[in-house]
Design a protein around this ligand. Structure first.
Ligand code: SAH
Length: 459
């Protein structure tokens, strides 16, 4: 802390800067001491001594693997650190300060350094966790082995966070996010942990763009706990939805205007997504946000994430949805994510449904397999809705020369037989069922211009 007098940190933490103290914990010992304590800057250090042998012994039974004795746990910040923060700085974390109550409520210039923080997901994920909370993040990556530099970087970082805020909030963010980055916990995670997350997440987690991954990792990837936590989080903050205002609403009231194919696709996709009962939905390859706008109008969708590989498309989507000025209650439901659908992405896990409208035909056929795996195997939503052109119908478009695809970015277009064969093979491989719905005016021989596939997997 660097407010004047900075030594007030002692009051805030309820630990006297002049004395080193130690605390017995279930898994070892915690020490608190102040490497510096001047008027200008005051630093409190929390050091943990984790006793790995004691841990194995206390657990009882024979250790089964060497890893139970030899692991990184004593040397890194993990859920042990969170427990220590809770035990040693619990009052400060709760935002209470008996002697100087006004201090706990004050915004102070704060800095926290975590000497060794395992970051699954790397520096990018680290930033995605802390930057939305207003911290400036400085991270130094450590290589795996100095003697073997060719082994490359490790997942360990030295991290410094800087920001202006309340000490209680900083401690809370560390308490929740350290084990999220580490992606492990040393204790059994059950129902209680959902309530803990809701309590500790109050005021920041519901609006955090990574809340899905945070909850999922915090709850050790237990889908039902994660779902419960997110529902509770969103129920507390999420709103009765008023209509999202867009410049396009005006157009939509022109009833005489024939419904465009695009609108029919969106209508059909919304119907399928609503019928699935999903609350958290992904719009994969969201483009400029047409489907996102329709999703926002449906109250039943509490978390909506649009993903696209194009920054430009996301910028346009953000502008057209008025993301910047959207009321907070709406804003928390929607996030836009820059990412590629052909890479596994944890940000896309934990959703009940995903839509990918007019996207698959933009993928390089050589990357199709990667797309299949990252969506159907890794992200694995219960329901997936896809649309793609039916190439047989192209002869009906007067402005399209023979043999041409509908868009210059299309890598291929499928006949109905080709799409259905692909869909059935994917479904079989990943345990989904597929059904098909024609969209647009149907020609007896050629079918409809757009084909939709709805993939579901048994719960
Ligand atoms: N779903 C929107 C946009 C369809 S256009 C709609 O129906 O209007 C296809 C979109 O997919 C483009 O925005 C493009 O940027 C995106 N896209 C193409 N390849 C992608 C990939 N590998 N990962 C993520 N997005 C991709």
């Amino acid at each position: 802390m660097s407010a004047s007098p900075a030594t007030d940190l002692g009051y805030l933490l309820h630990k006297n800067p002049a004395r080193a103290q130690s605390f017995e914990l279930a898994f070892g010992k915690a020490y608190v001491f102040y490497p510096e304590a001047s008027e200008e800057r005051c630093t409190a250090a929390l050091m943990l001594e984790v006793d790995p042998i004691g841990l194995v012994r206390r657990r009882g039974g024979d250790p089964r693997t060497l890893e139970e004795y030899v692991n990184d746990r004593p040397y890194v910040a993990s859920s042990f650190m969170s427990v220590a923060i809770g035990d040693v700085f619990g009052t400060a974390m709760a935002g209470r300060c008996k002697e100087r109550p006004e201090l706990a409520a004050r915004t102070l210039p704060l800095e926290a350094t975590i000497t060794v923080l395992p970051c699954r997901g790397g520096e990018a994920f680290l930033r995605r966790l802390f930057e939305p909370l207003g911290y400036e993040v400085q991270a130094t990556s450590h290589i795996l082995d100095e003697a073997n530099p060719e082994w490359g970087p490790s997942r360990y970082f030295t991290v410094t966070l800087r920001g202006e805020g309340r000490l209680g909030d900083l401690l809370t963010h560390l308490y929740v996010l350290i084990p999220v980055l580490d992606d492990q916990k040393h204790y059994f995670v059950g129902d209680d942990e959902v309530q803990k997350l809701i309590r500790r997440g109050e005021g920041w987690l519901a609006s955090h763009p990574e809340r899905g991954v945070i909850a999922n990792r915090y709850l050790r990837h237990q889908k039902s706990l994660t779902r419960r936590a997110l529902e509770q989080l969103m129920a507390e903050d999420v709103p009765e939805v008023d209509e999202v205002e867009t410049e396009h609403n005006a157009e939509e009231v022109q009833l005489e205007k024939p419904i465009s194919l695009n609108e029919q696709r969106i209508g059909a996709a919304i119907a399928a997504l609503k019928a699935s009962g999903a609350r958290r939905v992904l719009d994969l390859g969201c483009g400029e946000g047409n489907l996102l706008r329709a999703l926002m109008k449906e109250k039943s969708f509490t978390q909506i994430v649009g993903v696209d590989a194009s920054h430009r498309a996301l910028e346009i989507a953000s502008r057209r949805l008025h993301l910047e000025t959207m009321p907070e209650k709406q804003r928390v439901r929607l996030s836009l994510v820059h990412g590629s659908l052909t890479y596994r992405d944890e940000r896309l896990c934990g959703f009940e449904a995903a839509a990918a409208l007019e996207v698959v035909e933009h993928l390089d056929p050589a990357r199709l397999n990667a797309f299949e795996r990252s969506l159907f195997e890794f992200a694995r939503p219960q329901t997936i809705v896809m649309t793609t052109p039916n190439i047989d119908y192209n002869v009906k478009f007067e402005n399209l020369s023979a043999g041409k695809l509908r868009h210059k970015d299309h890598r291929f277009e499928w006949t109905r037989a080709q799409f259905q064969a692909w869909a059935r093979s994917v479904s079989e491989r990943f345990g989904y069922d597929a059904r098909f719905i024609p969209i647009g005016p149907e020609d007896a021989a050629l079918g409809a211009p757009t084909q939709m596939g709805v993939f579901t997997r048994p719960a």
